[in-house]
Design a protein around this ligand. Sequence first.
Ligand SMILES: C[S@@+](CC[C@H](N)C(=O)[O-])C[C@H]1O[C@@H](n2cnc3c(N)ncnc32)[C@H](O)[C@@H]1O
Length: 231
Amino acid sequence: MTDHLFRPQFTPAIQRVLERLYSETIEQDPFRRAEAQSAGLNHDGEHEFYPAMAGARMPVTPEFGALLYVLARSSGARHIVEFGTSFGVSTLFLAVALRDNGGGRLVTTEFVPQKAASAAANLHEAGLADLVDIRIGDAMTTLARDVPQPIDLILLDASKGLYLDILRLLEPGLRQRGLVVSDRADLDGGDGGRAGAYLAYLSNPANGYRMASITTEALGQNFAHDIAVRV
Ligand SMILES: C[S@@+](CC[C@H](N)C(=O)[O-])C[C@H]1O[C@@H](n2cnc3c(N)ncnc32)[C@H](O)[C@@H]1O
């Protein structure tokens, strides 16, 4: 079912978990989105959107996931921090990169406990659980302590309105030539334009980053991604 979306490049166990999660996304997310929309919640920029989508997979696109793997491999990442675990698809792509880099630590965070538990089970099934520390709670609290340093790669894939705050929280530990990667920062609908402020911050050379913006496509939708390197 997901052959057209995802080119196999990992071990059979990892491949199996990714394929299952993408298949479940195709089957289940449209219903979750319809439920959220009927409650007046339309996209990730809106307050209360994520609680309404508590059962939804919401993974990174397969192409962006593969890119995350390549970015983490090519930067030799050993320490990764992720905002937004959900069921753990991006976490899987990043954890396998750590494994292939010779080991490391990935701290990720999720405020829906059932999602965090599912992500933990998925990582266990893929044989990657030993590399990942899943913290349950709001990212501004869970990522405020004991993150592995120096940070090689930060992935922001959750509430758009917090992207700049989370970046500023983690920035002191981010190494030179470390990467800041984010998903869908273009969606800043109900959050007062804070994701816009995040993009403006990264694109101002005075703040010490150089950025590339790309789009991937899945299931007929476009997804924006921004990738910045600290210089
Ligand atoms: C788009 S999904 C993440 C998808 C995941 N990266 C993947 O590829 O499977 C965003 C997740 O972040 C969680 N989240 C949103 N805001 C959060 C916050 N402030 N603290 C912790 N988790 C949050 C949501 O519950 C949701 O599961």
